[in-house]
Write a protein that binds this ligand. Structure first.
Ligand code: ATP
Ligand code: MG
Length: 425
């Protein structure tokens, strides 16, 4: 339970030098919404990350003004205002192309999943109590003064993700908070998970079934690429949540190896690739996951790479690697190799794998030098034969390690056409 910070609890420092508070768009929003007794503060991720010295991207605001008033004040200041979630108090204010969510202070009267019955308030502490974790109930005004009504700063510094109020009650209001608990731990957690929180997540885990695929997938993607993803995924597994989430048995070792290899090579993680490593044995797994989590086709195509037979995975030689790079393109080539490295159990910083992954830096993928029109120009050939001849030529060209040149390929084309069975003529 979140109690106000004890006397020794660290007090948050001022953010008066934070660069994000000086961004012109942010200044404009604060100015527009700080008139005639209206008070507005940044809240959540921006304040939290800034206090940790992490980059601040998205900035959310909390305000004492009612939504209609927010709209009016924004428009009076020549800012665009869109009533994106006005029934629960949220207006999107757009300043010079940058959108900001501005939400009126509120308390949740009754909550059913996302659809809370709410009441607006002017009390910052009440607003803090309806938020999920203490480290997310941090506010900063436009001068950078930080407000910490629930002792969130102490928890932030300690890396303790703590539910506000009784964890069990808060989860029953919105089961997404189970995944948010693991997500925020994956980003900010240090040491063991907060016991009351984790116990409540375990007890109420079947509630995840009530969430939409989109909301689950959104959290899962972020967990998978978090700085402490391996730790969070292990925790989900150890506490019996992961198998339900994936609808299948996870491949923990492969996942952890992939994370280690990516980290050692300094590669930016891709959630779909990490999910491929974690959950795909055969193509059906990829298809089931994509349907279950409503993933995009692009994500599905990465998931399918997880089904390749990496069991006999070994470092490809230069020729085989060139062939893969040509056939898969640079993104999938990298994904494929990373999975193979994870399967092989390569040491994370292994120089040979690193070199293979960098193939695209030293080898320019060639363009197949023959076109359909080259084949047609040879005379008596028709549609399907053209396609077949091109495919055959390309295969021979690849097999030659891309050494056959256009002239040699055209000679081969003549031979192929001459010897090809003429169908249906
Ligand atoms: P990030 O943007 O990095 O995900 P954030 O803390 O800004 O982190 P948002 O999802 O943008 O997270 O939400 C903004 C704030 O709204 C949160 O900090 C939290 O206080 C509150 N909040 C968001 N979702 C929930 C939820 N499901 N239950 C309770 N409070 C929530
Ligand atoms: Mg945010």
């Amino acid at each position: 339970m979140a109690e106000p910070s004890s006397e020794r609890a660290p007090a948050p420092s001022s953010l008066k030098n934070a660069d994000w508070l000086k961004r012109p768009q942010v200044v404009r929003v604060f100015q527009a919404l700080s008139k005639n007794g209206v008070a507005t503060r940044a809240v959540g991720g921006a304040v939290r990350n800034s206090l940790l010295g992490l980059p601040v991207t998205e900035i959310d605001f909390a305000t004492t003004a009612l939504p209609e008033r927010v709209m009016a004040l924004a428009r009076a200041a020549d800012l665009k205002a869109v009533p994106t979630g006005i029934e629960h108090g949220t207006v999107t204010v757009v300043a010079d192309g940058t959108p900001f969510e501005v939400t009126t202070l509120r308390r949740d009267v009754e909550t059913y999943g996302r659809h809370a019955k709410i009441a607006f308030t002017e009390d910052w502490e009440e607003d803090a109590h309806r938020r999920d974790f203490t480290l997310n109930a941090l506010y900063a005004d436009r001068h950078g003064t930080v407000f910490d009504p629930l002792g969130g700063y102490a928890d932030l510094v300690a890396g303790r993700v703590r539910f506000i109020g009784k964890a069990e009650d808060r989860i029953k209001e919105d089961y997404l908070r189970i995944l948010r608990f693991f997500r925020f731990n994956a980003y900010y957690g240090k040491g063991p998970l907060e016991p009351e929180g984790v116990a409540a997540c375990v007890r109420l885990r079947t509630g995840l079934a009530q969430l939409s695929a989109e909301r689950i997938a959104g959290e899962l993607r972020r967990i998978l690429i978090a700085p402490k993803a391996a730790r969070a995924v292990e925790a989900l597994f150890d506490h019996g949540l992961l198998t339900d989430l994936l609808g299948g048995v996870p491949r923990m070792v492969r996942f952890e190896r992939l994370v280690a290899v990516e980290e050692a090579l300094g590669l930016a993680p891709d959630p779909a690739l990490r999910l491929a490593a974690l959950a795909v044995f055969v193509a059906e797994d990829a298809e089931r996951l994509a349907a279950r989590l409503k993933l995009s086709n692009a994500e599905l195509s990465v998931l399918l790479l997880g089904a390749n037979d990496h069991e006999r995975a070994e470092l490809p030689g230069e020729v085989a690697a060139r062939r893969s790079l040509y056939e898969l393109g640079p993104c999938k080539f990298e994904a494929h190799l990373l999975l193979a490295a994870a399967d092989e159990g390569a040491a994370p910083g292994d120089e040979r794998w690193r070199r293979a992954l960098r193939l695209a830096d030293r080898w320019q993928v060639p363009e197949f030098p023959v076109r359909g029109s080259d084949i047609t120009a040879l005379g008596d050939v028709r549609g399907p034969e053209i396609g077949a001849a091109l495919q055959r030529l390309e295969a021979e060209w690849i097999a030659s390690d891309f050494t056959l040149d256009r002239a040699a390929l055209l000679v081969r084309a003549v031979e192929l056409i001459r010897t090809a069975p003429k169908q249906d003529r």
